[in-house]
Design a protein around this ligand. Structure first.
Ligand SMILES: NC(=O)c1ccc[n+]([C@@H]2O[C@H](COP(=O)([O-])OP(=O)(O)OC[C@H]3O[C@@H](n4cnc5c(N)ncnc54)[C@H](O)[C@@H]3O)[C@@H](O)[C@H]2O)c1
Length: 318
């Protein structure tokens, strides 16, 4: 099986690429290596994390249809895992147009090319942020998600709508995955746990929003990858699925685990809720569980692995 992975130098993209190659699939990665966060980390995922693996890599942008078409023509992938996106809720409030161009138009480019080039299955990243300030816990795929509160969330919901069009009208198989706060080694520096670590070693206080009154379904990267493989092999006609730990943690407890694993206490700065942010995310993953998926990584173990990786990668000591 040859699979095109967009956002292949990203956190989730590089992890799923490795797992696919480990089981013998061929992968083609594409990424524009933008500087939303340090592109060196993206290059290192390719050079270090994926060292020794055999794959094709294109530095390309999903906004440019013609350039994308060359990749489809040359590589003839059978399936697509579309992860390239401008991620991050807060940044989307400052740069809504960019999110529209990349997340909406970029996804439309890929769906259209996937239709033309007969892609067998199109898996794409949605997000738990589509639930907005949903009060009902846990969040289920049947809940109404017509009330996003950030441009990011709105573009992610829009990709689900676009995928539905292609499934319904063109009989293309599509599955959207609503990821719930993914963390782990080689993770994303704009996410809270990573920023906490950076601030710790920079001697700065960590910023805690909503005075710490947050509930998050933190999901370890290996569990995410396992779920993605199951979805990729299931070839659903048209699905949208939650993928989250289903075990919400209080933010302050999560912070305590990070402190414990680094063996240090953070200086803390309590701040009000940030615009666009949601106070809680809790996944109902009964759909994915039907495929035999069960997230198993406890936060103590997951954070330990992140901390070990962080100290080694950035050459810092406890
Ligand atoms: N990590 C999470 O907790 C989380 C949660 C919900 C949804 N998601 C979604 O999952 C996907 C992967 O997330 P991630 O955490 O790996 O993020 P990431 O930022 O590490 O990966 C995304 C990759 O896409 C690339 N990219 C961005 N714009 C591009 C463009 N125009 N053309 C080509 N490449 C481009 C980036 O350079 C990056 O390497 C994203 O769609 C994100 O919105 C992630």
């Amino acid at each position: 099986m040859k699979i095109l992975i967009t956002g292949g130098a990203g956190f989730i993209g590089s992890a799923i690429a490795k797992a696919l190659m480990d089981r013998g699939d061929k992968v083609v990665l594409m990424d524009n290596f933008n500087d939303y966060y340090d592109p060196k980390l993206k290059r290192d995922r390719i050079k270090k994390f994926l060292v020794g693996y055999d794959f094709k890599l294109y530095k390309s942008d999903i906004r440019y249809y013609k350039k994308l078409e060359r990749i489809f023509k040359k590589e003839s992938p059978e399936k697509v895992i579309h992860l390239a996106a401008m991620a991050g809720v807060r940044y989307s409030l400052e740069n809504p147009l960019l999110y529209g161009e990349v997340n909406f138009m970029g996804t439309l480019n890929l769906l259209e090319l996937s239709r033309i080039y007969g892609i067998k299955n199109f898996i794409y990243a949605s997000s738990s942020s589509v639930y907005g300030v949903n009060k009902k816990i846990p969040f289920s795929e049947t809940d109404n998600v017509d009330n996003p509160i950030s441009p990011y969330a709105a573009t992610k919901k829009s990709t689900e709508l676009l995928a539905h069009v292609y499934s319904y009208t063109h009989k293309m198989k599509t599955t959207g995955l609503r990821f719930f706060t993914v963390y782990g080694p080689w993770g994303r520096p704009d996410m809270a746990y990573f920023k906490f670590a950076n601030n710790l070693f920079a001697g700065k206080p960590i910023e805690i929003y909503n005075k710490g009154k947050m509930l998050r379904d933190f999901t370890y990267i290996d569990d995410i990858v396992e779920g993605m493989l199951k979805v990729l092999d299931a070839d659903f006609d048209c699905e949208v699925m939650n993928i989250g730990a289903e075990k919400p943690e209080k933010l302050m407890d999560y912070i305590e685990v990070i402190e414990d694993k680094f063996g240090r206490k953070f200086k803390k700065k309590m701040l009000p809720m940030q615009p666009g942010d949601v106070p809680q995310t809790v996944a109902d993953v009964s759909k994915l569980r039907k495929l035999g998926w069960q997230p198993t990584t406890k936060i103590e173990k997951g954070i330990e692995k992140f901390v070990d990786w962080y100290q080694e990668y950035y050459k810092v000591r406890k």
